[in-house]
Design a protein around this ligand. Sequence first.
Ligand code: EPU
Length: 389
Amino acid sequence: MSVTGARGLKKWALTGPDLREGACPQCDNLRMLVEKNVPLQAFNTFHIVAKAHTLVRIAHESEVHDLLMHPEWGAAPKFVLGGGSNIVLTGDVKPVVLKVEIKGQRLVAETAKAFIVEAGAGEDWHDFVAWTLAQGYPGLENLALIPGTVGASPVQNIGAYGVELQDRFESLDAVDLQTGKGFTLNAAQCAFGYRDSVFKHGGTTPASEAVHQVVGLKDRVLILRVRFALPKPWKPVLGYADLDKKMAEHACTAPTAQQIFDWVCEIRRAKLPDPQVIGNAGSFFKNPTVTPEQCADIIARDPKVVHYRLADGSVKLAAGWLIDSCGWRGKSVGQAGVYEKQALVLVNRGGGSNGLGATGGEVMTLARAIQTSVYERFGIRLEPEPVIV
Ligand code: EPU
Protein backbone atom coordinates (compact mmCIF):
# COMPACT_ATOMS: atom_id res chain seq x y z
CA MET A 1 0.00 0.00 0.00
CA SER A 2 1.30 3.44 -0.92
CA VAL A 3 2.39 5.58 2.00
CA THR A 4 2.21 8.87 0.14
CA GLY A 5 -0.98 10.78 -0.66
CA ALA A 6 -1.67 12.74 -3.82
CA ARG A 7 -0.12 15.93 -2.54
CA GLY A 8 2.87 14.27 -0.91
CA LEU A 9 1.27 13.85 2.52
CA LYS A 10 2.99 11.03 4.36
CA LYS A 11 0.72 8.45 5.88
CA TRP A 12 1.81 9.50 9.36
CA ALA A 13 0.39 12.93 8.65
CA LEU A 14 -3.13 11.51 8.49
CA THR A 15 -3.99 11.82 12.13
CA GLY A 16 -7.20 10.91 13.94
CA PRO A 17 -9.68 8.11 13.37
CA ASP A 18 -11.65 10.08 10.75
CA LEU A 19 -8.89 10.34 8.16
CA ARG A 20 -7.71 7.47 6.05
CA GLU A 21 -5.94 6.95 2.81
CA GLY A 22 -7.94 6.02 -0.27
CA ALA A 23 -5.75 3.05 -1.12
CA CYS A 24 -7.43 -0.33 -0.72
CA PRO A 25 -6.53 -4.02 -1.34
CA GLN A 26 -8.22 -4.02 -4.76
CA CYS A 27 -6.43 -0.93 -6.05
CA ASP A 28 -2.98 -0.55 -4.57
CA ASN A 29 -1.98 2.39 -6.69
CA LEU A 30 -4.72 4.89 -5.75
CA ARG A 31 -3.14 8.16 -4.74
CA MET A 32 -6.10 10.19 -3.48
CA LEU A 33 -6.81 11.04 0.13
CA VAL A 34 -10.23 10.14 1.44
CA GLU A 35 -11.52 11.78 4.61
CA LYS A 36 -14.44 10.36 6.58
CA ASN A 37 -17.04 12.23 8.68
CA VAL A 38 -15.72 15.66 7.72
CA PRO A 39 -17.39 18.71 9.33
CA LEU A 40 -18.66 20.96 6.52
CA GLN A 41 -19.33 24.10 8.58
CA ALA A 42 -16.15 25.77 7.32
CA PHE A 43 -16.87 24.64 3.75
CA ASN A 44 -20.25 26.38 3.32
CA THR A 45 -20.66 30.15 3.59
CA PHE A 46 -23.95 29.75 5.50
CA HIS A 47 -21.83 28.00 8.19
CA ILE A 48 -24.50 25.35 8.64
CA VAL A 49 -23.37 22.43 10.75
CA ALA A 50 -23.36 19.19 8.74
CA LYS A 51 -20.91 16.42 7.88
CA ALA A 52 -19.74 14.77 4.70
CA HIS A 53 -19.76 11.00 5.19
CA THR A 54 -16.89 10.83 2.68
CA LEU A 55 -14.87 13.72 1.26
CA VAL A 56 -12.22 13.62 -1.45
CA ARG A 57 -10.16 16.68 -2.33
CA ILE A 58 -9.62 17.11 -6.04
CA ALA A 59 -6.53 19.21 -6.76
CA HIS A 60 -5.64 17.57 -10.08
CA GLU A 61 -7.64 16.09 -12.92
CA SER A 62 -5.93 12.73 -12.38
CA GLU A 63 -7.55 12.48 -8.94
CA VAL A 64 -11.00 12.38 -10.55
CA HIS A 65 -9.88 9.36 -12.56
CA ASP A 66 -8.40 7.72 -9.45
CA LEU A 67 -11.72 8.20 -7.68
CA LEU A 68 -13.77 6.79 -10.55
CA MET A 69 -11.63 3.63 -10.51
CA HIS A 70 -12.21 3.10 -6.81
CA PRO A 71 -14.26 -0.07 -6.14
CA GLU A 72 -16.28 1.49 -3.32
CA TRP A 73 -16.59 5.17 -4.27
CA GLY A 74 -16.14 5.02 -8.04
CA ALA A 75 -19.80 4.34 -8.83
CA ALA A 76 -21.27 5.99 -5.71
CA PRO A 77 -23.41 9.14 -6.04
CA LYS A 78 -21.28 12.27 -5.90
CA PHE A 79 -21.69 15.87 -4.87
CA VAL A 80 -19.30 18.50 -6.22
CA LEU A 81 -18.41 21.24 -3.73
CA GLY A 82 -16.74 24.48 -4.77
CA GLY A 83 -16.63 27.40 -2.36
CA GLY A 84 -19.92 26.31 -0.75
CA SER A 85 -21.28 29.82 -1.31
CA ASN A 86 -24.52 28.87 -2.98
CA ILE A 87 -25.77 25.83 -1.07
CA VAL A 88 -28.05 25.16 1.88
CA LEU A 89 -27.13 21.95 3.69
CA THR A 90 -30.25 20.37 5.16
CA GLY A 91 -28.43 17.41 6.75
CA ASP A 92 -25.28 15.32 6.50
CA VAL A 93 -24.20 14.73 2.90
CA LYS A 94 -24.30 11.05 1.95
CA PRO A 95 -23.00 11.26 -1.63
CA VAL A 96 -19.21 11.36 -1.86
CA VAL A 97 -18.26 15.03 -1.61
CA LEU A 98 -15.68 16.11 -4.18
CA LYS A 99 -14.02 19.26 -2.88
CA VAL A 100 -12.60 21.01 -5.92
CA GLU A 101 -9.18 22.58 -5.26
CA ILE A 102 -7.84 22.81 -8.82
CA LYS A 103 -5.64 25.91 -9.08
CA GLY A 104 -3.96 27.96 -11.80
CA GLN A 105 -4.70 31.09 -13.81
CA ARG A 106 -3.16 32.17 -17.11
CA LEU A 107 -3.60 34.14 -20.30
CA VAL A 108 -4.38 31.56 -22.97
CA ALA A 109 -4.47 33.89 -25.98
CA GLU A 110 -4.78 37.50 -26.99
CA THR A 111 -6.70 38.21 -30.17
CA ALA A 112 -7.71 41.50 -31.78
CA LYS A 113 -11.09 41.13 -30.08
CA ALA A 114 -10.37 39.68 -26.63
CA PHE A 115 -8.06 38.41 -23.95
CA ILE A 116 -8.79 34.73 -23.38
CA VAL A 117 -8.05 33.99 -19.73
CA GLU A 118 -8.30 30.61 -17.99
CA ALA A 119 -8.59 29.69 -14.31
CA GLY A 120 -8.70 26.42 -12.38
CA ALA A 121 -12.13 25.59 -10.93
CA GLY A 122 -10.78 25.80 -7.36
CA GLU A 123 -9.52 29.38 -7.65
CA ASP A 124 -11.35 31.90 -5.48
CA TRP A 125 -13.60 33.97 -7.77
CA HIS A 126 -12.86 37.40 -6.31
CA ASP A 127 -9.09 36.77 -6.21
CA PHE A 128 -9.29 35.74 -9.87
CA VAL A 129 -11.16 38.94 -10.80
CA ALA A 130 -8.51 40.99 -8.94
CA TRP A 131 -5.74 39.06 -10.72
CA THR A 132 -7.21 39.75 -14.19
CA LEU A 133 -7.29 43.48 -13.45
CA ALA A 134 -3.75 43.49 -12.07
CA GLN A 135 -2.56 41.76 -15.28
CA GLY A 136 -4.30 44.36 -17.46
CA TYR A 137 -7.22 42.19 -18.62
CA PRO A 138 -10.33 44.17 -17.60
CA GLY A 139 -13.91 42.98 -18.07
CA LEU A 140 -14.86 41.14 -14.87
CA GLU A 141 -14.82 44.17 -12.53
CA ASN A 142 -18.63 44.36 -12.14
CA LEU A 143 -18.49 40.81 -10.73
CA ALA A 144 -16.05 41.70 -7.93
CA LEU A 145 -16.50 40.31 -4.41
CA ILE A 146 -18.96 37.56 -5.35
CA PRO A 147 -18.18 34.71 -2.93
CA GLY A 148 -17.35 31.28 -4.33
CA THR A 149 -14.99 29.61 -6.75
CA VAL A 150 -14.33 29.94 -10.47
CA GLY A 151 -15.77 26.44 -11.02
CA ALA A 152 -19.09 27.39 -9.43
CA SER A 153 -19.44 30.60 -11.45
CA PRO A 154 -20.94 29.03 -14.60
CA VAL A 155 -23.23 26.70 -12.59
CA GLN A 156 -25.04 29.71 -11.18
CA ASN A 157 -24.29 32.04 -14.11
CA ILE A 158 -23.33 34.59 -11.46
CA GLY A 159 -24.28 38.17 -12.18
CA ALA A 160 -24.13 41.64 -10.68
CA TYR A 161 -24.29 45.31 -11.69
CA GLY A 162 -25.27 44.72 -15.29
CA VAL A 163 -22.88 41.85 -16.14
CA GLU A 164 -23.60 38.13 -16.12
CA LEU A 165 -20.95 35.45 -16.35
CA GLN A 166 -22.36 34.37 -19.72
CA ASP A 167 -21.37 37.79 -21.14
CA ARG A 168 -17.69 36.97 -20.53
CA PHE A 169 -17.71 33.17 -20.84
CA GLU A 170 -15.65 31.43 -23.53
CA SER A 171 -15.65 27.70 -22.67
CA LEU A 172 -14.98 25.21 -19.90
CA ASP A 173 -13.40 21.79 -19.49
CA ALA A 174 -15.19 19.16 -17.43
CA VAL A 175 -15.11 15.45 -16.62
CA ASP A 176 -18.10 13.13 -16.88
CA LEU A 177 -18.38 11.61 -13.38
CA GLN A 178 -19.87 8.38 -14.78
CA THR A 179 -17.51 7.60 -17.65
CA GLY A 180 -14.42 9.63 -16.69
CA LYS A 181 -14.39 11.19 -20.17
CA GLY A 182 -13.24 14.77 -20.48
CA PHE A 183 -15.05 17.27 -22.67
CA THR A 184 -15.32 20.96 -23.43
CA LEU A 185 -18.51 23.05 -23.44
CA ASN A 186 -19.13 26.34 -25.17
CA ALA A 187 -21.66 28.93 -23.97
CA ALA A 188 -24.57 27.51 -25.99
CA GLN A 189 -23.97 24.05 -24.52
CA CYS A 190 -24.02 25.49 -20.99
CA ALA A 191 -27.59 26.75 -21.68
CA PHE A 192 -27.15 29.80 -19.48
CA GLY A 193 -30.21 31.55 -18.09
CA TYR A 194 -30.80 33.94 -15.22
CA ARG A 195 -28.89 32.28 -12.33
CA ASP A 196 -29.30 29.06 -14.29
CA SER A 197 -27.37 26.64 -16.49
CA VAL A 198 -27.31 23.05 -17.73
CA PHE A 199 -25.46 22.17 -14.48
CA LYS A 200 -28.56 22.88 -12.35
CA HIS A 201 -30.85 20.42 -14.16
CA GLY A 202 -31.00 16.62 -14.04
CA GLY A 203 -30.80 14.22 -16.99
CA THR A 204 -30.13 10.60 -17.88
CA THR A 205 -27.98 10.61 -21.03
CA PRO A 206 -24.25 10.07 -20.29
CA ALA A 207 -22.90 13.55 -19.63
CA SER A 208 -20.18 13.47 -22.31
CA GLU A 209 -22.85 12.64 -24.93
CA ALA A 210 -25.50 14.86 -23.35
CA VAL A 211 -23.41 17.94 -24.08
CA HIS A 212 -24.40 17.62 -27.71
CA GLN A 213 -28.08 17.65 -26.77
CA VAL A 214 -27.95 20.27 -24.02
CA VAL A 215 -29.78 18.21 -21.41
CA GLY A 216 -29.26 18.28 -17.65
CA LEU A 217 -25.81 17.70 -16.20
CA LYS A 218 -26.64 18.20 -12.50
CA ASP A 219 -24.33 16.19 -10.19
CA ARG A 220 -22.85 14.41 -13.19
CA VAL A 221 -19.85 16.50 -14.11
CA LEU A 222 -16.91 18.07 -12.40
CA ILE A 223 -15.78 21.38 -13.90
CA LEU A 224 -11.98 21.48 -14.12
CA ARG A 225 -11.24 24.92 -15.57
CA VAL A 226 -13.10 27.84 -17.10
CA ARG A 227 -12.04 30.25 -19.88
CA PHE A 228 -13.26 33.80 -20.23
CA ALA A 229 -13.21 36.13 -23.24
CA LEU A 230 -12.59 39.67 -22.00
CA PRO A 231 -13.50 41.98 -24.90
CA LYS A 232 -11.10 44.50 -26.45
CA PRO A 233 -11.32 47.41 -26.41
CA TRP A 234 -12.66 47.46 -22.86
CA LYS A 235 -15.89 49.38 -22.31
CA PRO A 236 -17.32 50.08 -18.85
CA VAL A 237 -20.72 48.58 -18.05
CA LEU A 238 -22.58 51.35 -16.24
CA GLY A 239 -26.24 52.34 -16.04
CA TYR A 240 -26.92 50.45 -12.82
CA ALA A 241 -28.42 52.79 -10.21
CA ASP A 242 -25.84 52.04 -7.48
CA LEU A 243 -22.94 52.63 -9.89
CA ASP A 244 -24.52 55.83 -11.23
CA LYS A 245 -24.63 57.11 -7.63
CA LYS A 246 -20.91 56.39 -7.21
CA MET A 247 -20.12 58.27 -10.43
CA ALA A 248 -22.12 61.27 -9.23
CA GLU A 249 -20.44 61.16 -5.79
CA HIS A 250 -16.97 61.13 -7.41
CA ALA A 251 -17.95 63.56 -10.19
CA CYS A 252 -16.57 60.98 -12.60
CA THR A 253 -18.00 60.34 -16.06
CA ALA A 254 -15.39 57.90 -17.41
CA PRO A 255 -14.37 55.47 -14.66
CA THR A 256 -11.54 52.98 -15.10
CA ALA A 257 -12.07 49.25 -14.61
CA GLN A 258 -10.22 49.51 -11.29
CA GLN A 259 -12.59 52.28 -10.11
CA ILE A 260 -15.62 50.17 -11.01
CA PHE A 261 -14.05 47.22 -9.17
CA ASP A 262 -13.50 49.38 -6.06
CA TRP A 263 -17.04 50.82 -6.22
CA VAL A 264 -18.65 47.40 -6.65
CA CYS A 265 -16.70 46.21 -3.59
CA GLU A 266 -17.89 49.25 -1.61
CA ILE A 267 -21.53 48.79 -2.69
CA ARG A 268 -21.52 45.09 -1.85
CA ARG A 269 -19.81 45.65 1.51
CA ALA A 270 -22.42 48.28 2.40
CA LYS A 271 -25.50 46.15 1.70
CA LEU A 272 -24.47 42.48 1.75
CA PRO A 273 -23.18 40.60 4.81
CA ASP A 274 -19.59 39.31 4.68
CA PRO A 275 -19.96 35.52 4.85
CA GLN A 276 -16.80 35.31 6.98
CA VAL A 277 -18.63 37.33 9.65
CA ILE A 278 -22.31 36.43 9.16
CA GLY A 279 -23.14 33.14 7.43
CA ASN A 280 -25.21 33.56 4.24
CA ALA A 281 -25.47 32.41 0.64
CA GLY A 282 -26.06 35.76 -1.10
CA SER A 283 -29.49 36.38 -2.58
CA PHE A 284 -31.73 33.58 -1.32
CA PHE A 285 -34.42 33.96 -4.00
CA LYS A 286 -34.34 34.79 -7.69
CA ASN A 287 -35.98 38.01 -8.83
CA PRO A 288 -39.27 36.75 -10.34
CA THR A 289 -40.39 37.57 -13.85
CA VAL A 290 -44.07 38.30 -14.49
CA THR A 291 -46.24 39.32 -17.43
CA PRO A 292 -47.03 43.03 -17.93
CA GLU A 293 -50.66 42.25 -16.90
CA GLN A 294 -49.55 40.67 -13.60
CA CYS A 295 -47.25 43.62 -12.98
CA ALA A 296 -50.06 46.12 -13.68
CA ASP A 297 -52.22 44.25 -11.16
CA ILE A 298 -49.50 44.48 -8.50
CA ILE A 299 -48.83 48.16 -9.24
CA ALA A 300 -52.55 48.87 -8.83
CA ARG A 301 -52.38 47.37 -5.36
CA ASP A 302 -48.90 48.55 -4.44
CA PRO A 303 -47.66 51.40 -6.66
CA LYS A 304 -44.17 51.38 -5.13
CA VAL A 305 -43.26 47.86 -6.34
CA VAL A 306 -39.69 47.91 -7.73
CA HIS A 307 -39.78 46.52 -11.28
CA TYR A 308 -37.73 46.55 -14.47
CA ARG A 309 -39.07 46.01 -17.98
CA LEU A 310 -37.10 43.39 -19.91
CA ALA A 311 -36.36 43.39 -23.64
CA ASP A 312 -38.80 40.50 -24.28
CA GLY A 313 -41.72 42.49 -22.82
CA SER A 314 -41.84 40.67 -19.48
CA VAL A 315 -41.21 42.46 -16.19
CA LYS A 316 -38.69 41.57 -13.49
CA LEU A 317 -39.70 42.34 -9.89
CA ALA A 318 -37.24 42.97 -7.06
CA ALA A 319 -37.73 39.99 -4.76
CA GLY A 320 -35.98 41.94 -1.97
CA TRP A 321 -38.67 44.61 -2.18
CA LEU A 322 -41.52 42.03 -2.16
CA ILE A 323 -40.07 40.35 0.95
CA ASP A 324 -39.35 43.69 2.60
CA SER A 325 -42.87 44.96 2.02
CA CYS A 326 -44.26 41.81 3.67
CA GLY A 327 -42.41 42.95 6.79
CA TRP A 328 -39.70 40.29 6.87
CA ARG A 329 -36.58 42.45 7.10
CA GLY A 330 -34.80 41.71 10.38
CA LYS A 331 -37.15 38.83 11.35
CA SER A 332 -35.90 35.37 12.44
CA VAL A 333 -36.91 31.74 12.77
CA GLY A 334 -34.64 30.22 15.41
CA GLN A 335 -31.11 31.23 14.39
CA ALA A 336 -32.03 31.82 10.73
CA GLY A 337 -32.81 35.43 9.93
CA VAL A 338 -33.58 37.97 7.21
CA TYR A 339 -30.69 40.41 6.85
CA GLU A 340 -31.47 43.90 8.16
CA LYS A 341 -29.97 45.76 5.18
CA GLN A 342 -31.21 43.53 2.31
CA ALA A 343 -34.31 41.36 2.72
CA LEU A 344 -33.29 39.09 -0.14
CA VAL A 345 -30.43 37.68 1.94
CA LEU A 346 -31.07 35.07 4.64
CA VAL A 347 -28.41 34.84 7.33
CA ASN A 348 -27.17 32.53 10.05
CA ARG A 349 -27.39 34.49 13.30
CA GLY A 350 -25.39 31.93 15.25
CA GLY A 351 -22.56 29.69 14.20
CA GLY A 352 -18.87 30.26 14.64
CA SER A 353 -16.49 28.10 16.58
CA ASN A 354 -19.06 26.93 19.15
CA GLY A 355 -20.78 24.97 16.42
CA LEU A 356 -24.20 26.37 17.29
CA GLY A 357 -26.15 28.27 14.69
CA ALA A 358 -28.96 27.95 12.21
CA THR A 359 -29.72 24.48 10.95
CA GLY A 360 -30.60 23.90 7.32
CA GLY A 361 -34.08 23.07 8.62
CA GLU A 362 -34.46 26.50 10.22
CA VAL A 363 -33.28 28.23 7.06
CA MET A 364 -35.79 26.30 4.96
CA THR A 365 -38.64 26.94 7.44
CA LEU A 366 -37.90 30.66 7.23
CA ALA A 367 -37.65 30.48 3.43
CA ARG A 368 -41.02 28.70 3.16
CA ALA A 369 -42.69 31.19 5.49
CA ILE A 370 -41.40 34.03 3.30
CA GLN A 371 -42.58 32.26 0.14
CA THR A 372 -46.05 31.79 1.65
CA SER A 373 -46.47 35.38 2.72
CA VAL A 374 -45.21 36.79 -0.62
CA TYR A 375 -47.56 34.40 -2.43
CA GLU A 376 -50.53 35.36 -0.26
CA ARG A 377 -49.91 39.08 -0.73
CA PHE A 378 -48.75 39.25 -4.36
CA GLY A 379 -49.66 35.86 -5.88
CA ILE A 380 -46.00 35.30 -6.81
CA ARG A 381 -44.02 32.17 -6.04
CA LEU A 382 -40.42 32.99 -5.14
CA GLU A 383 -37.89 30.44 -6.28
CA PRO A 384 -34.79 29.79 -4.12
CA GLU A 385 -31.50 30.69 -5.77
CA PRO A 386 -29.07 28.41 -3.87
CA VAL A 387 -28.94 24.67 -4.37
CA ILE A 388 -30.74 22.90 -1.52
CA VAL A 389 -28.66 19.84 -0.57
N1 EPU B 1 -35.04 46.39 -2.05
C1 EPU B 1 -35.88 46.77 -1.05
N2 EPU B 1 -35.75 46.18 0.17
C2 EPU B 1 -34.81 45.22 0.42
C3 EPU B 1 -33.96 44.82 -0.63
C4 EPU B 1 -34.08 45.42 -1.87
O1 EPU B 1 -36.74 47.61 -1.23
O2 EPU B 1 -34.76 44.72 1.54
C5 EPU B 1 -35.12 47.07 -3.35
C6 EPU B 1 -33.90 47.97 -3.55
O3 EPU B 1 -34.11 49.22 -2.99
C7 EPU B 1 -33.79 48.03 -5.04
C8 EPU B 1 -34.30 46.68 -5.50
O4 EPU B 1 -35.03 46.11 -4.40
O5 EPU B 1 -34.62 49.02 -5.56
C9 EPU B 1 -33.20 45.74 -5.97
O6 EPU B 1 -32.22 45.59 -4.94
P1 EPU B 1 -30.66 45.43 -5.28
O7 EPU B 1 -30.23 46.53 -6.16
O8 EPU B 1 -29.96 45.26 -3.97
O9 EPU B 1 -30.54 44.15 -6.17
P2 EPU B 1 -31.28 42.74 -6.08
O10 EPU B 1 -32.22 42.64 -7.23
O11 EPU B 1 -31.84 42.53 -4.72
C10 EPU B 1 -29.57 41.48 -7.60
C11 EPU B 1 -28.83 40.17 -7.53
C12 EPU B 1 -27.59 40.32 -6.66
C13 EPU B 1 -26.69 41.41 -7.26
C14 EPU B 1 -27.50 42.71 -7.35
C15 EPU B 1 -26.71 43.79 -8.05
C16 EPU B 1 -30.48 38.42 -7.79
C17 EPU B 1 -31.28 37.36 -7.13
N3 EPU B 1 -29.70 39.14 -6.99
O12 EPU B 1 -30.04 41.75 -6.29
O13 EPU B 1 -26.87 39.10 -6.71
O14 EPU B 1 -25.52 41.60 -6.47
O15 EPU B 1 -28.72 42.50 -8.10
O16 EPU B 1 -26.63 43.48 -9.43
O17 EPU B 1 -30.56 38.59 -9.01
C18 EPU B 1 -26.61 37.01 -5.61
O18 EPU B 1 -27.02 36.49 -6.64
O19 EPU B 1 -26.28 36.33 -4.60
C19 EPU B 1 -26.52 38.45 -5.53
C20 EPU B 1 -26.15 39.08 -4.42
